[in-house]
Design a protein around this ligand. Sequence first.
Ligand code: GLN
Length: 318
Amino acid sequence: MNTDTDDSGDLDQVLAEVTEHAKPSADDGKVADYIPSLAEVDPNLFALAAVEMDGTEHATGDSGVAFPIQSMSKVFALVLAMQLTEDDGEGVSEELWRRVGREPSGDPFNSLVQLEREKGVPRNPMINAGALIVDDILLDHCDDVRGSMIELLSDLAGEEVGVDESVLQAEGDTSSRNMAMANLMASFGNLHHPVDDVLGAYIHQCAISMTSLQVARAVRFLANDGTDPASGRQILPPRLARRVAAIMLTCGTYDAAGEFAFTVGLPCKSGVAGSIACLVPEKMGVCVWSPPLEPSGNSLAGRVALSELSSRLNLTVF
Ligand code: GLN
């Protein structure tokens, strides 16, 4: 791999060293505790996986252990919505960007305050409210939104992925805040389907269970101008793949997006189970997983790992 550095060494070795370096930071984070399966997870689990464009896979730690992808699913829901633009015309794109913005929020991912101030139009598709709008639009165009998500992710991961039923159940039992957001947006006329239907699709995508290696494979197409290097299939045209990456970079890690741009310099999307998916344009897909989070809701050791990986291999896009 051409990493443009003197000391990149062997990628397996680099990942092992990055893992050693980052793992202790998990002690300063806090695991999500709004559902039992996240609250009870072993905080010492750690995985770092990287898949190169030629398919070479590298992984450390618990890269074979599955976890709910949670908010990383927002990237793939946005991809499905952007595919509609290709299939059903520019009108879908116009509607999408009229109903959801493209600006970092500067507020927590589940904030209601901003939604009220900004008349039910969420700041971006990477926060919960924005993802609910994306799902609302998908419900208009896909016969089976849940099936489409599973199909896309299984296709990209190269193997069948499924849903963690206990997470699905628990997400449903604790969805008051997401329901409040959906209702608030409905009150502004920015939600067209029944709240339960939209929430059902959203909760389902959050409960999809994948390993870090599967996620690293699945995001590679976004680092490859929209084409899945495994199958050669164009998932998105290059211009749209780059837009997804731009939104990940500016909004994918919530109120820490500036910090991520500064220290990692790569498009990232986090999930509350402690995973972060990361794109290294033209080189590889990466996923790190360490459950304890920093205050913005991103994996703490995950951020340290990506920052270390980026600086060692000089990967920043800037
Ligand atoms: N299921 C979580 C929620 O809706 C997902 C949030 C996240 O991963 N940041 O609150």
